[in-house]
Write a protein that binds this ligand. Structure first.
Ligand code: FA5
Length: 352
């Protein structure tokens, strides 16, 4: 049988081979294999240590601690190398994998309510608090509801006041041609037909006019219609309601005034102005030095309109109004161009 070198030399050899394998291991898998080979149950080191018990006490004293020291040293080297390889493998993975956990997350943008919608909700809340119901109607409307029912016959010059988009549909509506509604007033007749009197509604909604656009005119904009029908109603009620509404909206004392105005569906018709909030009535560029801001058209509902809505004009009276939501938002937020609202420009929208 071949004579074994002394145990001390065997241990030095074992350590040398183990360190060489550790050095050469290029990945965690080969390192793991080397670890089994050099520290596992079938390793030369384990075999050698199992023979320690057969040694003489003197040799045991020498070889025992030495073998433990070598085992610890090899174990530590494996640990060191494992840590190194793990770092290398993670870095390699991060380079090739799609998901890099070290990149800071991209914040999710939170949307916000459009300024017109915000204002519309406020308007609805205030009127709701005064007993008004929110109603709506179709944006594609018949000529009857948009004009005739509102006391504007086909040959009436008032048709020219609201340039109209006609819908090129083959199907003829029951009440004349189809139009994009030019105002929210057709909903007056629709709600009268549906609910009768008494009635207390507001109608916020989109309307369309075939007009050239500029800083204060859009082809698509929003109106808020108001209609109150009951037995003892006068313009004094309208003045009170609008003073309350504007004071609540602007959180400031606001007064209103009437001027004569013409709309075929009201008699008498008025224009309602409110006191300028910028100069509180003294006169500034916003109110064109008048101290008053033009706000809306209104008036007592014409008996022909009550009749069209199926309401007894001998028993009931009422008033109606209509204002532009964009123009109100412009005053409220100091916006100088109406075209910004529908521009889709996020720099504008994000300011609200
Ligand atoms: C009307 O549309 C009437 N239906 C209002 C009314 C209702 C009167 C009930 C009496 C009784 P007018 O055309 O003035 O009226 O429009 C009402 C408001 O819509 C205006 O005061 C203005 O604020 C807004 N407006 C009108 N045209 C445009 C436009 N091209 N762009 C933006 N806003 C507009």
């Amino acid at each position: 049988m071949e004579k074994q070198p002394p145990m001390q030399d065997q241990l030095t050899q074992i350590e040398k081979r183990a360190l060489q394998d550790i050095n050469e291991a290029r990945d965690l898998k080969s390192l793991q294999e080397a670890e089994v080979k050099h520290l596992g149950r079938k390793s030369a080191l384990t075999a050698l240590m199992s023979k320690l018990k057969d040694l003489s006490p003197d040799e045991k004293k020498k070889i025992g601690p030495l073998s433990n020291q070598i085992k610890t040293s090899i174990t530590n080297k494996f640990e060191e190398k494992r840590a190194q390889l793990e770092t290398i493998e993670i870095e390699a993975k991060l380079k090739t994998e799609f998901f890099d956990i070290t990149i800071p997350g991209s914040a999710r943008e939170i949307g916000r309510v459009h300024p017109l919608a915000q204002l519309q909700h406020e308007v609805e809340n205030i009127f709701h608090g005064m007993g008004f119901t929110v109603a709506d109607g179709p944006e594609i409307e018949s000529e009857y509801y948009n004009f005739e029912g509102l006391n504007i016959p086909a040959d009436h010059p008032a048709r020219d006041m609201q340039d109209t988009f006609f819908v090129d549909a083959k199907h003829e509506a029951k009440h004349g041609r189809l139009v994009l509604r030019t105002q929210t007033s057709p909903v007056q007749i629709r709600t009268m037909e549906k609910y009768g009197a008494p009635l207390r509604i507001i109608v916020p909604g989109r309307v369309f006019r075939n007009e050239a656009t500029d800083a204060s005119h859009e082809t698509t904009f929003h109106q808020v219609e108001g209609l109150l029908i009951d037995t003892h109603i006068s313009l004094a009620n309208l003045k009170g309601i609008m003073t309350e509404f504007l004071t609540e909206l602007f959180k400031k004392e606001v007064s209103v005034r009437f001027r004569p105005g013409y709309f075929p569906f009201v008699e008498p018709g008025v224009e309602l102005d409110f006191s300028c909030l910028i100069c509180t009535g003294k006169g500034c560029s916003v109110c064109k030095r008048t101290g008053w801001v033009e706000f809306m058209g209104a008036g007592m509902v014409h008996p022909n309109v009550l009749k069209a809505g199926g309401i007894d004009s001998q028993k009931y009276r009422g008033w109606a109004f209509g204002f532009g939501l964009e123009r109100l938002a412009m005053m409220r937020y100091g916006i100088d161009d109406i075209r910004l609202f529908h521009s889709g420009d996020l720099r504008f929208i994000k300011q609200f």
